[in-house]
Design a protein around this ligand. Structure first.
Ligand code: SF4
Length: 256
C-alpha cells in the first residue's frame, strides 16, 4: 500500500516501486492510497487523474480529520501531532481492509536525520524512523523505501518528471519550526563539509552500545552486550540497517 500525499516524495516512491515491481526477483502488487483529509482547497481530482493515467490501482479515502484537529487543538498550537496520529490510524485500518501486507511511507534519508536530531535535541532519545517497523497492533508493517535516498535526488527526479505536486500547506498549520531548524542545521553542516551527512547516515547503521550509556543495551559491569529485544514497534535491527549501508554509499568514518 503506497501512501500518496501528493508531495514529491510520494510520487517518487510510487515510480521507484513500480520500477522495482518490474525488475525485483520477488512478486508483489501495489495499490496507491491517498487520504483526503478535507483540507480547504484540496485538489481532489489531481491524484485520481494521475494514478488512472499511469494505470495504477488506487483508493482515495475521505476522512475529515481537518475538522477534528481544528476543533480539538487550541488556536495557535501546531496541529501536526494529532493530525499525524489520526492519519496513521486510518492508514492502518485501510491496510487491514484491503489486505495490504506493507504500508509504504515516503520518508527519505534527510527526514531520518531531521528526526534523529529532533529526538536528540528535544526528545532525550537516540532514535529515528527505521526503514521497517512493526506497528504496535502486531498486524501492520510500515516500510520506508526511500530511507536511503537523499532529498535532493528526489527533488531532481520530481523536477525531471514534472509531478503534479499538491501543496503541503493547505491545512494552514504553522510550519514545524523545530524541524525546519534541523533542516537548516543539516544544510549548514553539509555546506561546511559535504561528507558530514553521509557520515551521519552511516552512523545510524553503526551503533556501539558499549560506547553509549544505555544499560538495557549493554551490561557495563559484565562488559557484554545484552540481548534485549528491540522495542515492539521496531524491527529495523542494527544488523539489517548495517548490511544495507554499503550498497547505498554512505561512508562510515571511524574515530577514536
Ligand atoms: S501540515 Fe497539516 S496536514 Fe500535514 S501533518 Fe501537519 S496538520 Fe496535518
Amino acid at each position: 500500500m503506497v501512501c500518496m500525499s501528493g508531495g514529491k516524495d510520494s510520487y517518487a516512491m510510487l515510480d521507484l516501486l513500480l520500477h522495482l515491481k518490474q525488475v525485483a526477483p520477488i512478486n508483489f502488487s501495489l495499490i496507491a492510497v491517498n487520504l483526503d483529509q478535507k483540507q480547504p482547497g484540496f485538489p481532489e481530482h489531481v491524484l485520481p487523474e494521475y494514478l488512472a493515467g499511469k494505470n495504477v490501482a488506487y483508493r482515495i479515502i475521505e476522512e475529515d480529520t481537518f475538522s477534528i484537529v481544528t476543533e480539538k487543538v487550541p488556536a495557535g498550537k501546531t496541529t501536526c501531532g494529532l493530525c499525524s496520529r489520526l492519519r496513521r490510524g486510518i492508514l492502518y485500518r485501510v491496510a487491514d481492509e484491503i489486505g495490504a501486507t506493507k504500508i509504504a511511507l515516503g520518508h527519505h534519508a534527510d527526514d531520518l536525520l531531521e528526526t534523529l536530531l529532533l529526538n536528540l535535541f528535544h526528545g532525550g532519545a537516540l532514535k529515528t524512523m527505521p526503514p521497517k517497523l512493526h506497528a504496535d497492533n502486531g498486524r501492520n508493517v510500515v516500510i520506508r523505501p526511500l530511507a536511503y535516498c537523499r532529498e535532493k535526488d528526489l527533488q531532481a527526479l520530481s523536477d525531471q518528471q514534472s509531478y503534479p505536486i499538491i501543496p503541503c500547506n493547505l491545512c494552514g498549520s504553522q510550519p514545524n519550526l523545530q524541524r525546519q531548524n534541523m533542516k537548516q542545521l543539516l544544510a549548514k553542516w553539509e555546506s561546511e563539509d559535504p561528507t558530514r551527512i553521509s557520515s551521519m547516515l552511516g552512523a545510524l547503521g553503526n551503533v556501539a552500545p558499549s560506547h553509549l550509556l544505555d544499560k538495557t543495551l549493554y551490561d557495563f559491569d559484565a562488559n557484554e552486550r545484552l540481548g534485549a529485544e528491540p522495542e515492539s514497534t521496531d524491527i529495523g535491527s542494527a544488523q539489517e540497517i548495517h548490511l544495507s549501508i554499503p550498497t547505498t554509499g554512505f561512508p562510515v568514518r571511524r574515530m577514536q
